[in-house]
Design a protein around this ligand. Structure first.
Ligand SMILES: [Zn+2]
Length: 232
């Protein structure tokens, strides 16, 4: 039995070596988990490393994964699958956020969650700025499966609540403490920030929609596509 398992493991390793593993760029020589085998090894060592598909733990959650469409600042489709993954403890906390919001008739809408390092390299190439796109020299917390880009929706209508800006608006108005806003907009933004913070997510000062999970430092940078994660 063990022998069969081993043969299967080697066989699937060969498939990935010949296919998905087309030399991923790592110009800064960062410690990056870039193969499904490395990732699975990390999960065996510590189950907290597992990337959870958010739709599986929050059924019906609204996803608007912009990078899986051309409707994003790059103008092209970056992801082949529109999934939202987060590491296990971050996913658990997001479940708690959704539960608390539901008691107010509200819910989350996700724009992005785990992001492969390859995408961070691409974004930096386009934006050439580290305020709105993470530096590829350090990698993004999205690459660690610990960041999530979200907004609030009305659970009944599905409509997004009024927020200061559109997603990926690279201006001062996107700041988490930008003061010159209509009262309702301010209240909506601050409610999102307060509930996320209560469950372990800190807002990024320059982007009201971006949240980092406390303890992100203990998770590795990753460069596996959603496609590789889905078919693993
Ligand atoms: Zn983000």
């Amino acid at each position: 039995m063990q022998k069969i398992f081993l043969t299967l493991l080697i066989f699937s390793a060969c498939i990935f070596n010949g296919n998905a593993q087309k030399k991923k760029a790592n110009p800064y020589n960062l410690p990056i988990t870039a193969t499904i085998q490395e990732y699975q090894g990390e999960c065996v060592k510590n189950g907290q490393n597992t990337l959870i598909d958010i739709q599986k733990v929050i059924p019906g959650i609204q996803l608007d994964i912009r990078y899986a469409t051309a409707n994003n600042f790059t103008g092209r489709q970056v992801y082949s699958f529109p999934n939202a993954f987060l590491r296990k403890p971050a996913a658990d906390s997001l479940v708690a956020v959704q539960k608390e919001l539901a008691s107010m008739g509200l819910g989350l809408k996700i724009f992005d969650a785990y992001r492969p390092y390859t995408a961070t390299l691409l974004f930096h190439e386009i934006v050439k700025d580290t305020l709105f796109a993470a530096s590829p020299a350090t990698g993004s917390r999205h690459n660690r499966g610990c960041s999530v880009d979200v907004s609030l929706v009305d659970l009944k209508t599905g409509a997004e609540l009024a927020m200061p800006t559109e997603y990926d608006n690279f201006t001062a108005k996107a700041g988490a403490r930008y003061p010159d806003l209509q009262l309702t907009v301010l209240q909506n933004r601050d409610l999102l920030i307060r509930v996320m913070d209560k469950h372990g997510f800190k807002v990024m000062p320059s982007e009201w929609w971006h949240f980092d999970f406390n303890g992100w430092q203990s998770f590795s940078l990753m460069d596996l596509s959603a496609e590789e994660l889905v078919v693993k």
